[in-house]
Design a protein around this ligand. Structure first.
Ligand code: ZN
Length: 414
């Protein structure tokens, strides 16, 4: 499907160090080296039934920084993001609001594109919807069936019903989360699982293909009952078909670690493929001590902030002021501080004479390559801006190259 407009990256001299990021699966820092000069990035995208909140924005800005840092280290980046444009939450919301599910999805995808554009996020090379990928997802399901890694559960007495991955038959579980069985069982229902369905071989077996139900969309494909894909298999199939496996980074919010990333990687394993070299996750963004979530209704929406006149670059600086791998809570004070920082940077970067910016450019580059230490990058720019404010006269450096660096590496346009 259509992605959002391309962003021109300013050229800056030199090359950054290879990016090191935290890999959830090994719980260690790994260096992203790519293969043949190319890094393959796959980030799990939205289910388009509601507007982008700050937790989503944090995720997509984090992977935008990863994209920029990998490019700065000399790699080409191939970036694919999916859109879960048919799934239970979308259909439930559409039914609740008496809207056509396609129309609801289209409207929310449009708003998401606007939010990403405003935040200066580089578009993925391909934004891939489930609806346009039914054939390739069905092919992945058929492959698991043929490998003896799936089974069929009757649907309303019909012989050919819902198809599940058979965890009991697999040689290997691609363990990204490191969760114990108890931890898995604790969260599985909240995260789209159905452990209590009678007949399942393992309560954790994920749905690969859901047979047609009255009033629900369904597709007719060879070798499967009329129906629609399960959630995890879409990412297994789309990542494989659009990037090739293994990808370098599988990304998303921390709530996707289990079951989504465990299962999508395990499904690749089941047909003999290694899914990803690193699994990177954005920590939870909360409000008043609670996870920001649609079900709790405590959302800070990017579109709402923009409508209220907040500069999108201030929203970006608000996100960059926090480490991606550490949970944090949104407050209005943090947004005020980000707005003030943006004004300070703008004033400092508009002078004609300033201290040499080479050391701060190096500091920003190093901080970013060092597991996205954005607070350290911002602190380096703050210190430079303070020096400008203290005494700019007589320092013969124009700050244009620093402005271009902040644009290219941090995505902050001043
Ligand atoms: Zn996914």
């Amino acid at each position: 499907m259509k992605t959002w407009p391309e962003v021109t990256l300013p050229a800056i001299p030199g090359t950054g160090r290879p990016l090191r990021v935290h890999d959830t699966a090994s719980d260690a820092l790994v260096t992203i080296e790519g293969s043949d000069g190319v890094a393959r990035l796959y980030v799990c995208g939205i289910t388009p039934y509601d507007a982008t909140h700050l937790g989503h924005a944090a995720t997509y800005v984090t992977f935008d920084l990863i994209n920029r840092a990998m490019r700065d280290s000399g790699l080409q980046v191939r970036y694919v993001q999916n859109v879960t444009d048919v799934d239970d939450p979308l259909l439930e919301r559409a039914a609740r609001d008496n809207r056509d599910w396609r129309e609801l999805a289209g409207a929310e995808i449009g708003l998401f594109r606007e939010d990403m554009t405003a935040l200066g996020v580089l578009p993925p090379d391909e934004l891939v919807g489930v609806v346009e990928s039914i054939d390739e997802i069905a092919q992945a399901v058929r492959q698991l069936v043929a490998a003896g890694a799936a089974y069929d559960l009757p649907n309303d007495g019909l012989d050919s019903g819902d198809i599940y991955l058979d965890l009991t038959r697999l040689d290997e579980f691609n363990d990204v989360s490191g969760f114990s069985r108890d931890q898995m069982m604790e969260v599985i229902v909240d995260r789209g699982g159905d452990p209590d369905r009678p007949g399942k071989r393992d309560p954790l077996d994920p749905l690969l293909w859901r047979a047609e139900r009255a009033g629900e969309p369904a597709w007719h494909v060879d070798g499967l009952p009329a129906g629609r894909p399960g959630w995890h298999i879409e990412c297994t199939a789309i990542a494989r078909d659009h990037l090739g496996l293994p990808i370098d980074i599988q990304g998303g919010g921390v709530d996707l670690v289990f079951p989504h990333h465990d299962m999508s990687a395990t499904q690749a394993c089941a047909v003999g493929e290694h899914f990803a070299r690193a699994f990177v996750h954005q920590a939870m963004v909360g409000l008043h001590g609670e996870k920001m979530s649609k079900s709790k209704g405590n959302l800070v929406l990017v579109s709402r902030l923009r409508a209220d006149g907040v500069d999108p670059m201030a929203i970006r600086l608000l996100l960059l002021a926090q480490r991606y791998d550490t949970p944090w809570d949104y407050t209005d004070d943090l947004l005020e501080a980000a707005t003030a920082r943006l004004a300070t940077w703008r004033a400092a970067l508009s002078v004609n004479e300033a201290p040499d910016s080479a050391p701060v450019i190096a500091a920003v580059r190093d901080a970013l390559a060092d597991n996205l230490d954005t607070p350290a990058a911002l602190a380096a720019v703050d210190a430079w801006a303070s020096a400008v404010a203290a005494d700019a006269a007589g320092m013969p450096h124009a700050p244009g190259i620093l402005a271009r660096t902040l644009d290219a590496l941090l995505g902050v346009r001043v």
